[in-house]
Design a protein around this ligand. Sequence first.
Ligand code: ATP
Ligand code: MG
Length: 457
Amino acid sequence: MEKKNVPSILVVDDDRNLLELVKMRLEASHYEVVTAYREEDAIDAAKKQFFDLAIVDLQLVKRDGISVMEDLHAINPEMPVIIFTAHGSIESAVEAVKKGAFNYLSKPFDPKELLLQIERALENSRLTSEIRRLKGLLEERFDFSNIIARSEKMRQVLEKVTRVAKTDCTIHIHGESGTGKELIAKAVHIASPRRDKPFVAINCAAIPETLLESELFGHEKGAFTGAVQSSKGLFSRAHEGTIFLDEIGDMPMSTQIKLLRVLQERQFYPVGSEKPIEVDIRVIVATNKDLEEEVKKGVFREDLFYRIHVIPVYLPPLRERKEDIPLLADFYLQNFGEQMGRSLKGFTANAVQKLLLYEWPGNVRELRNVVEYAAAMSQHEMITEDLILKTKDIPDEQQFMPLKEAREGFEKNYLIRLLEFTRGNISKASTLAGKYRADFYNLIKKHNLNPDLFKKQ
Ligand SMILES: Nc1ncnc2c1ncn2[C@@H]1O[C@H](COP(=O)(O)OP(=O)(O)OP(=O)(O)O)[C@@H](O)[C@H]1O
Ligand SMILES: [Mg+2]
């Protein structure tokens, strides 16, 4: 269904004379018009052709205009609909607007008013599609294709990270274990002008204190027992690229001061050497510790903290961005399915519910493991709930949080499941939920959910 330059309008009314009249007037204003006298003709027409707008009479022969509008919206959810009402039926007209009509006009209508409403509706949808186009551009820029981010929180992270990737600013990524700190660090490097230069990562917690310095800065031959050869060190190897210092909260104080010097002067001395080495590097650090707390405890240097805390990036735990859960689970299911050479289609509604209820202390890494297990064990194309976590993993206390919190939590999980099921189709979702379109919109807005992000290609 392609859009053309001349806007096309579908008019549905059981009054043939009125249909002809409207057609004439609209054609005179250079719109392309298709008329339908019966409800089913309207639906058929909408299936065959893209319409920029529809005008639907509220009282049709077999059904009311609102349900016809809903069917039309099921075919083209974005199409604005103007409802014709008989004089006096304001209440139903208001209901029509609640259910997603753009506006209504009372019969007999004023032709000027009709044209005005049409122009407004078309302008409105032009704006909407422009916004969508701009958002699309934004999404392209974030094309970190292996990073799944549907939640507002994660999208903000990606937006921030894209912006700062181009600079040389030091980035401090913090967040619980398994939230994706290393993934983001790599993404920053790839999105930066340094992408063709080395990305060197070191886990400060994994290297014994005595070796860390020489690992980072290199050493001269004979600098210490065992230093039989000089070695370059990671800072030298990362020259012109990015160095990622993971678990920086575990770096010993003695190394911290050396690091501070590198950050200030962009040069350092290998262990046992008097000759400074200059480096051009971008530094990214990560930790799951609260560094401010470590500073207070006196185990992390305050001056170093300020040096690295230039651009803080906080990765929220998975339980605070549950709308990412189904998407991540699908992403990993596909991945593992491919790896295992199996066709795995998705998760049953109950399985998704179980994924949403769990608190994920191990965050994305844990989710990934759970999906891998389920993928390996499943005998079917759909993953069933019995393969997702053992019941004992869902703590009892969780079932007895304060009622208000539980209710909010249920509502959000419900909406996520619904949007997931309907692939972000608002008409369908609101119908299933037994809500007016407008009320449904308010609900998803309240929970900060964006239906567009549930649409699948
Ligand atoms: N948004 C995401 N989309 C896709 N995969 C993700 C996402 N976030 C994390 N992952 C995956 O989850 C796993 C853990 O991520 P990562 O190692 O980056 O976490 P971390 O925060 O560094 O954890 P730790 O603190 O334990 O080192 C990796 O396999 C990573 O690819
Ligand atoms: Mg890590």
